[in-house]
Design a protein around this ligand. Structure first.
Ligand code: ZN
Length: 139
């Protein structure tokens, strides 16, 4: 379903990272959801290692019915950062901020990787978006 991309950062899984399964609602707090299909997401090591057992009800769920990346976030092509959208309302900005923090989405190496992917993507004559990582950053 994610085409070998992490459900949270859209980074590579299976090549530069192990393919792990993330419990969106952690097993330690929600043992009844340990095997619930809609609580399980393909995830990279970086996201997994940052999130650990953290959870907040405000955390954005990547398959949420109302979730649209651009509604909550903007990207910065100078720094490689993802930022809460100034167009979003206060509650949406807070949800974006919490999601960025819990998954560590603006760690230095992540910004570097997004900018690198952006360079590869923009230097290709006919790029196929699904061949790249961090697709939200490229579109
Ligand atoms: Zn990830």
């Amino acid at each position: 379903m994610t085409q070998q991309h992490c459900a949270f950062c859209d980074g590579p899984i299976g090549s530069e990272s192990r393919e792990t399964v993330e419990h969106f609602r952690p097993k330690s707090q929600f043992p009844e959801l340990a095997y619930a299909w809609d609580n399980l997401f393909p995830c990279c090591d970086l996201c997994q290692n940052n999130k650990l057992e953290k959870f907040d009800e405000a955390l954005l769920k990547p398959d949420g019915q109302d979730y649209i990346f651009q509604q909550y976030f903007i990207v910065n092509y100078h720094t490689g950062e993802i930022e809460p959208s100034p167009q979003a309302d206060q509650a949406e900005q807070q949800r974006a901020k919490i999601t960025l923090e819990i998954y560590g989405l603006n760690l230095a190496n992540r910004k570097t990787m997004r900018l690198r992917e952006w360079r590869f993507y923009t230097n290709e004559a006919n790029p196929i978006i699904d061949d790249y990582h961090y697709r939200y950053f490229l579109e």
